[in-house]
Every structure is written in structure tokens, then in C-alpha cells.
Design a protein around this ligand. Structure first.
Ligand code: HAM
Length: 419
């Protein structure tokens, strides 16, 4: 019986799995240096976790969520995003009783019944961070800086950071009112989604894909005109801090983000490369969500975070052919007799301890099949242990990049490779 995978999912193996690891490592390295701690929330959640919080009117909940009844007749969702799930965990486990800012990160599968195309999958992974419990433009700037640093760590270029602010609750209320006034006599010319959103969430009309280029949307009232003095000051401090940190950005009044829980500043990371099928895709996005804890009956917890699509990061990295990031150097240890095998395993371990990735052949004692392994793996170094080497307590080292070949005393091995 031939069974194939579902549409819009990926089998992660071989080179792709390797890229996945590289991206995962880079993301974790950056955020761990900021003292973020890893958390894991369940793949299945009660549907209510996402319904009101992400928003019934959002595509994610309204059109794309995987929903099913379990055998106990409960309405279950495969998590379409992770922020709401993190907040559910935070409130349920009373993590707010711990003092100070809570800094979490996750690497999590998410599910959206999206139309599959380049960079758009039905199961994908998000690497995300959430900082819970502090409202400060300096924290917000640092969160954006962290994302920027991930791109740098991976050597990714051409990623534009778009920022906007939705202001405080009061601002959004006033702006929503203004939007309703603006759109009220123009509805006939707008699409069905916009007509519906006019009643449910007019803010979402701003990022309508169908009506985006119409004059009605081009001339729409701007949130900037409704920001309070405090909103302005907060946003200005955030931008000033980004300037100070040399993080490039563009203020873009059009972005509203597709999830309802956002408040205040929001941002998106857009890949720009006209020659790529991934052109204009969001590599990541995020923002402040100061009211989400209250939706779960938790205490007031101003929060901010971002999520990045792993497959999109990988896609961009693969386009660069991995040229811009540093791989861990690879060594293959070749052993030419039964006696040499345990020594090879020992040498391999010593090199692993100092950060090398090491592989070897467990079956063969001849050179030919072991050179074949080298051809396949393309190591940076080859270490050979044969009869002469055992006799002299040495190792033959070949640097495959420079083609240098020389002997080394066994006890000098670590010292040499540390350099
Ligand atoms: P989001 O913008 O819906 O935000 O998703 C974040 C990222 O996930 C996107 O920028 C994109 O890279 C990736 N992504 C989304 N849908 C797909 C898909 N169908 N296939 C591949 N990649 C996809 C959130 O989910 C928020 N929870 C982010 C956040 C965290 N906000 C605050 N904290």
C-alpha cells in the first residue's frame, strides 16, 4: 500500500534536517545569552485557548485552525500559534507568583490549514520568545534586537524590520471609531471580508489582501493621528533605543498583524529578494500583548514576544547555500586495523569534547571504503591510525582544505585541534 504525506507538510531529513539544526542552534544561542529559558507547551489545547484571544475574525482562527472533537467530546485545536498557549500555561501554573520578568523561548510545531505554497505549510515550526510581566520600551527594543541578532548569527541579509504601534487601549478605541466613520459610506466598494470586519474588527480591514491597493485603503485615516502623548513617547523611546543599538527598521503605519491580542508596538521581519520565491514573505513577527493574561483570568501582565518560521529561515539560508554561517568543523577518523578501532573511538571522543563533530567507520579496516566515507561527508580534517601510527604513538592528520598532511604525537592532538 503506497501512502504519502499530507499536503503542506515536510519530512525533515538529510540536508534539510541539518539546516533545521543549524537554525535551531543559532536561535537558542542568541536568546539564551539574554537569559531566556526553554519551555514546551502541548501540541493539543482546548480550542478556547485560541478562539477569543487570537480572534474569531483572524484567518488563523476563522479559516485555518485544525479543530476536532476528541473521544470525550471536547473541542480540541492543534495549536495554530504558541503565544496564547504560553499564556494559558503561565496563568494556569501561577507562574506570575515568581517575581520579576519571565523570559521564555520555545521551538514548537504549529498547524494552519493554509494554502500550501513556497514558505507556507500546514505544519511548520516556530521559534519564538515571550517576555512576560514588564512594560518598557527598552525591553521591546531588546526583543527586536534579539531577532536582528538571530539574522546576523545566521548571516541572513535583506530582512526588513517593519514597526508600527497600535497605541494604548484608549487609542485603539478612538481609532476604531474613526475607522468606522471613514469606512461607513465606502462599504459597497469593499470585499466581503472587509464588510464583515467592519462590524467585528475594523482594524483588520487595514491588512485586507484583496482591497490593499484600492484608493479607499490608501487614503485611510492613520493611527498616528490618534496616538496619545504617552503612546508617542513610548514609541519614540523604543525607536531611539533601536537607533542606539544600530538595529535598522522602517516605521510602517500599514501593519496591524493578523492576531487580535496585540496592543502597542508590533513588528514584522520581511524577506526582500525579487529573485526568490520567498520574496516578501514574513520570516517572523511579533509585538506587545498587554491584555492577553486577563483573557485567561490572570493578573495584569504586560508582555511582548515574537515568532519566526523555522522553514522560512531555512529557506532563506538554503538560498544562500549556507555560505554565510559557520559550521562546526567535521573530522573523520580512519582506522586501519582491529587494534586501531578502539583507539579511533577514543580519539573521536576527545575531539568531540573540544567541539568537533566526528564520524568514523565501524566496519572496515581498509583505506578504500573509509576514503569513500570521507568523499561522502567531506570533512575538514581526516585523522588516520594505522600500524605505523600505533607503533610510534602518533596520528596522521590531513587538512582537507589546505591539503597539508603531517604526523602528530597522540598527546599533542587536543592541543593542535584546540587551535
Ligand atoms: P504569526 O505572524 O502568525 O505570529 O507567525 C509568526 C511566523 O510564523 C510568521 O512570520 C512566519 O514566519 C511563520 N508562519 C506563519 N504561518 C506559516 C505557515 N503557514 N507556514 C510556514 N511558516 C508560517 C504568531 O504566530 C505570534 N504567536 C508571534 C508572536 C509571539 N507574537 C508575540 N509573541
Amino acid at each position: 500500500m503506497k501512502i504519502t504525506k499530507l499536503k503542506g507538510v515536510i519530512d525533515y531529513y538529510g540536508e534539510y534536517a541539518n539546516y533545521f539544526k543549524i537554525v535551531e542552534k543559532a536561535c537558542k544561542k542568541v536568546v539564551e545569552a539574554y537569559n531566556y529559558k526553554e519551555i514546551i507547551t502541548p501540541v493539543i489545547e482546548p480550542a478556547e485557548v485560541f478562539l477569543r484571544t487570537v480572534g474569531d475574525e483572524s484567518d488563523i482562527v476563522g479559516k485555518e485552525m485544525y479543530l476536532f472533537k476528541d473521544r470525550g467530546d471536547r473541542q480540541i485545536a492543534l495549536k495554530p500559534e504558541t503565544t496564547a498557549s504560553v499564556m494559558r500555561m503561565y496563568v494556569e501554573n501561577k507562574l506570575y507568583t515568581e517575581p520579576g520578568l519571565k523570559k521564555y523561548y520555545y521551538l514548537s510545531p504549529n498547524f494552519r490549514y493554509d494554502r500550501p505554497q513556497a514558505g507556507r505549510y500546514r505544519q511548520f515550526y516556530q521559534f519564538g520568545i515571550e517576555a512576560l510581566g514588564v512594560e518598557s520600551p527598552y525591553l521591546d527594543a531588546e526583543v527586536i534586537q534579539m531577532a536582528y541578532q538571530i539574522f546576523n548569527e545566521l548571516g541572513l541579509k535583506n530582512i526588513k524590520i517593519n514597526i508600527n504601534t497600535l497605541g494604548s487601549d484608549e487609542t485603539r478605541k478612538n481609532y476604531t471609531k474613526a475607522l468606522k466613520e471613514y469606512f461607513s459610506d465606502k462599504l459597497d466598494s469593499l470585499c466581503d471580508d472587509c464588510k464583515r470586519r467592519f462590524n467585528t474588527n475594523p482594524l483588520r480591514m487595514l491588512d485586507c489582501k484583496k482591497d490593499q491597493d484600492t484608493d479607499i485603503l490608501k487614503n485611510v485615516v492613520k493611527i498616528q493621528d490618534y496616538l496619545s502623548k504617552e503612546d508617542d513617547e513610548y514609541f519614540a523611546k523604543l525607536l531611539k533605543t533601536l537607533d542606539e543599538l544600530n538595529v535598522p527598521y522602517v516605521v510602517n503605519a500599514k501593519i496591524v498583524r493578523g492576531l487580535d491580542y496585540y496592543t502597542n508596538d508590533i513588528f514584522e521581519f520581511i524577506y526582500e529578494n525579487e529573485n526568490s520565491p520567498l520574496n516578501n514573505l514574513a520570516i517572523g513577527g511579533g509585538g506587545r500583548y498587554n491584555n492577553l493574561a486577563k483573557e485567561f483570568d490572570g493578573p495584569d501582565t504586560p508582555s511582548i514576544g515574537f515568532g519566526m518560521g523555522m522553514e522560512r529561515l531555512i529557506g532563506v539560508l538554503m538560498e544562500l547555500d549556507g555560505k554565510t554561517f559557520k559550521k562546526e568543523p567535521l573530522v573523520v577518523v580512519i582506522s586501519l586495523s582491529e587494534e586501531a578501532k578502539p583507539k579511533a573511538i577514543k580519539i573521536a571522543n576527545e575531539l568531540r569534547e573540544i567541539g568537533y563533530v566526528v564520524d568514523l567507520d565501524y566496519l572496515n579496516n581498509n583505506l578504500k571504503p573509509q576514503f569513500k566515507l570521507c568523499d561522502r561527508l567531506n570533512p575538514d580534517f581526516i585523522v588516520i591510525i594505522g600500524e605505523d601510527e600505533i607503533k610510534n604513538n602518533t596520528l596522521k592528520i590531513k587538512n582537507t582544505k589546505t591539503q597539508d598532511q603531517f604526523d602528530l604525537k597522540v598527546e599533542e592532538l587536543k592541543e593542535y585541534f584546540k587551535k
